[in-house]
Design a protein around this ligand. Structure first.
Ligand code: IVH
Length: 667
């Protein structure tokens, strides 16, 4: 007797799920692709003829959800924590010692796992079916990316019955792009003239943030899980490694290189093994995670605000690679400084491809003795800019050429000089050198300066080259008609830019000072100057002695300021800016301030914007930095504080709440 369509559809679903699991999770396909396609088409066919038989978790339903307009917020049942880091062996030792002492055990057993370099997600299974997927967000609230995650083939839409998954299972893990998939994707995107990504992690993150799930479906994404929510099945598992075993049995992908390490010695061994394995894996890992294996012990230890006490991550040291210096060219900056830049044979290091790197100045080139034709070691750690660490001396070819500082500016052909007390050689044609004019204009328009949105690098190039802008005051004479005629500008973007220029006309004194781009005068000094002088005219009239009274202003900066404001051309430009409608506001003049010399860090949400909190502290003379160190006076912690709170606790740095902060700044 023929089976009913409903029975057949269910049979097919189970069979296809099984093959998906073998193919995408176990990497052990059991049938040929053609056979799989036949099963899939049969199921599609039944579902087409009997639409009432379609279930949300059917393998045919991975792709096809309609594009969304936004990602809805999802609040996590328990916060998605991050991990504290051990930076070296000594810190790992300290962690293990702390664990042994707190748990009163001679040797602690850890689950040791590769730290997958992807994007953290939470999956929710209800009665075995995937019902929701969310990003980590700020740890408390993430975004609903269910439709996108459903397209990832290694994420089961339905869990295996065997091993009885709990009725409500939360799974946490990492979505990543394989190295091979990343290379293939970028090559294709490059050919089509589409956006490419710098590394697999950014590619995974960008792919998950697509509003159209069909786009995500075409990206080579994978998933590994590394933990479960409070209910991980019955009876409750005693060990974290048991949780991972169960997840695997329910059909979820778990990284095959996770293991157990008993005591510090085995942790160190595991780290060494992973360091060796790292380059051979088809996915990126950026370290190792250790977790106290016994769940009862985890509960005894508990969690800090942002990270569990029972776990630590050991990141790999910065990656280093060798490559060839093909040439050294000189770039001309805003102040005319010539910066040597090494053109390298492209090399993948620390997750990005490096083909250029700054050598900073000629002293640096000579100190490292970098020559054209040399093999050099390039290093990149985390999000840090790649740099040349050293030359590989025994790989130097006979024909390697010394780098010569140019006698003429590579852009305008002007004279190059190097002052006695300076590291940089400079083109002195500051008024006519187009490279310097362009840089000065870019700086003037940049976010921390006048903040003219839309006036980017390419546009400045065109405006200078076509003669529309000579100096920064000409920005305020631009009209929509002129702008609309430029390459890649339409009427709409021209209007937007005119509006952005207009918006920048009212500007605070500190931003204006910074925007002038005077050498040695950074953001912090611009602030201090604004507070001391209050009005642009007063600053312009100040002599060196008055400038030197400010704590942060040294002799060189004082001289540069004087030179800038004494220069006729600069005075004319400032006047022209004002007649073109730029209004520099006055700043309240303050003395040294009650918080002079103190250093604060802010974390979490306060009832006022963080920039305002920063401003108030700075007005009182304090410095505000972003990293907690032993020098930090106090950490100001608002609601939902970040990992900075953990660090402050660790370093015994005072923690102030919002009320204490308000009392401090007298508001
Ligand atoms: S456990 C309760 N295990 O690393 C601790 N995290 O800051 C939660 N990660 O965002 C994390 N591989 O997404 C854990 N085997 C692993 C991991 C892992 C990668 C990510 C995780 C988190 C970050 C740590």
């Amino acid at each position: 007797m023929a089976v009913s369509p409903a029975r057949r559809a269910e049979q097919l679903r189970r069979e296809i799920e099984e093959h998906n699991h073998r193919y995408y999770v176990l990497s052990e396909p059991a049938i040929a692709d053609a056979e799989y396609d036949r099963l899939f088409r049969e199921l599609q066919d039944i579902e087409r003829r009997h639409p009432q038989l379609v279930t949300p978790s059917s393998p045919t339903q991975r792709v096809g959800a309609a594009p969304q307009s936004h990602f809805a917020p999802v609040s996590h049942a328990a916060p998605m924590l991050s991990l504290d880091n051990a930076l070296d062996r000594a810190e790992l030792e300290a962690f293990d010692k702390h664990m042994r002492e707190s748990l009163e055990q001679d040797k602690v057993e850890y689950s040791a796992e590769p730290k997958i370099d992807g994007v953290a997600v939470s999956l929710l299974y209800e009665s075995r079916e995937l019902v929701r997927a969310a990003t980590r967000g700020d740890g408390f609230t993430g975004e609903d990316i269910t439709a996108n995650v459903r397209t990832i083939r290694s994420v089961p839409l339905r869990l295996h019955k065997a091993g009885k998954p709990p009725p409500l299972l939360e799974v946490r893990g990492e979505v990543y792009m394989s190295r091979e998939g990343f290379a293939r994707f970028n090559a294709g995107a490059g050919e089509r003239g589409e956006k490419t990504f710098v590394n697999p992690r950014n590619a995974a993150s960008g792919s998950l943030r697509q509003l159209d799930p069909a786009v995500t479906a075409a990206r080579p994404l994978h998933f590994f899980c590394y933990g479960a929510g409070p209910d991980a099945g019955a009876p409750p598992p005693a060990l974290h490694t048991e949780v991972l075993e169960r997840l695997k049995a329910w059909g979820l992908p778990v990284c095959g290189h996770a293991g157990v390490a008993r005591g510090l010695g085995e942790c160190v061994d595991f780290f060494r093994q992973m360091t060796e394995l790292r380059g051979k894996l088809d996915y990126e890992i950026d370290g190792v995670v250790y977790k106290v294996n016994r769940i009862a012990d985890q509960q005894t230890l508990g969690v800090r605000s942002r990270s569990p006490r029972w776990s630590i991550a050991c990141k790999f040291p910065a990656e280093e690679r060798e490559t060839l210096v093909k040439a050294v060219e000189f770039q001309v900056g805003r102040t005319g400084a010539l910066t040597p830049v090494a053109r390298l044979e492209p090399v993948a290091v620390g997750g990005v491809t490096v083909s250029n790197t700054s050598l900073h100045n000629m002293d640096e080139v000579e100190r490292k003795d970098v020559r054209i034709g040399d093999t050099v070691v390039v290093r990149r750690a985390g999000d840090v800019i790649p740099q040349v660490v050293r030359v590989v001396a025994d790989k130097r070819p006979k024909r390697a050429r010394k780098v010569k500082a140019p006698k003429q500016c590579p852009v305008c052909g002007g004279k190059v000089v190097r002052g006695e007390d300076e590291v940089a050689a400079r083109c002195i044609e500051s008024l006519s050198c187009p490279a310097q004019r362009k840089e000065a204009i870019r700086h003037f328009a940049s976010r921390l300066a006048m903040d003219i949105e839309g006036l980017g690098e390419k546009l400045v190039d065109q405006l200078v080259e076509k003669g529309h802008i000579e100096d920064v005051s000409d920005i305020y004479a631009l009209d929509a008609k002129t702008l609309a005629e430029l390459d890649r500008m339409g009427e709409k973007s021209a209007e937007n830019l005119v509006a952005a220029i207009d918006k920048s006309r009212d500007i605070s004194l500190e931003r204006f000072i910074y925007a002038l781009g005077i050498r040695e005068v950074g953001e912090a000094m611009a602030k201090a100057l604004a507070r001391r002088f209050g009005e642009l005219e007063h600053l312009m009239a100040a002599d060196e002695a008055a400038l030197l009274e400010i704590r942060d202003v040294g002799e060189v900066a004082a001289r540069r300021l004087r030179e800038c404001f004494a220069d006729d051309r600069n005075r004319r430009i400032i006047k022209q800016l004002q007649s073109n409608g730029v209004r520099v506001q006055k700043t309240e003049v303050t003395g040294p301030g009650p918080l002079q010399g103190k250093i604060y860090v802010i974390t979490g949400t306060l009832s006022i914007p963080r920039s305002e909190a920063k401003r108030r502290l700075e007005l009182a003379g304090a410095k505000v930095t972003s990293t907690v160190t032993s020098k930090t006076t106090a950490l100001i912690a608002g609601k939902n504080p970040g990992s900075k709170l953990d660090k402050a606790e660790r370093l015994d740095v005072e923690v102030l709440d919002e009320n204490a902060f308000l009392a401090l700044t007298g508001k």
